[in-house]
Design a protein. Sequence first.
Length: 236
Amino acid sequence: MNLIPVAENLWTATQPFSYLGLEVGTRMVAVRLSPGELILISPIQMQATDCSSLNSLGTVNHLIAPNQFHHLYLSQAQALYPDATTWGVEGLADKRPDLKLDSLLNKAGTFGEELEYLPFKGFGALLPRGICLAHETVFWHRPSRSLILTDTSFHFDETFPWVTQLAARVMGSYKVLKPSYFEKLGSRDKAQVKASVRQVLAWDFDRVITAHGSIVETDGKAQFTAGFEWLLGETL
Ligand SMILES: [Fe+2]
């Protein structure tokens, strides 16, 4: 695992990941709170050898599956950090009864003074098996003015394989921060999504970190807004 510093007390690590035949990668975010607690959002594949680099940053106290989909490597992380609290979202316990989930991310809250989160209600995705509510959680790292998303927006660019770039161009989302048509079609309750977007826009952020795609380092708030104006079909 290659932990990349993004800002003070904020790191990311990525690994290859394929979805519908496209290489889209997946990203974990590590946040250190002031007492030295470490929070891992969307843990990626981990070996015992990865623990030394994580442990050098802080004490891993929280493991987070921030939506219905980013739980694939959670059990590995739990095995390495059995004392950490595992957080999941609505429906995940039914989907993954094998996972031990300690807490539920079903309402707005905070981790320390630095990290706020809220459920991004109404947001869904059209999957091969039909429409599925994602039960997304979005996070705001206040000190670095970073919005941490999972699948609520994507940002593919020239760092991805050409087939992924081509698919992003066809979808009108190459080098653009936005959800895809799958989320536009899968998010039926636009009023709920709009209310969630307004909550996010109340946060002061410039950087946007997604699970799939490159990090948007500046102007993220305007780009996030434009992406959801497209999804909602109205000006925010
Ligand atoms: Fe994802």
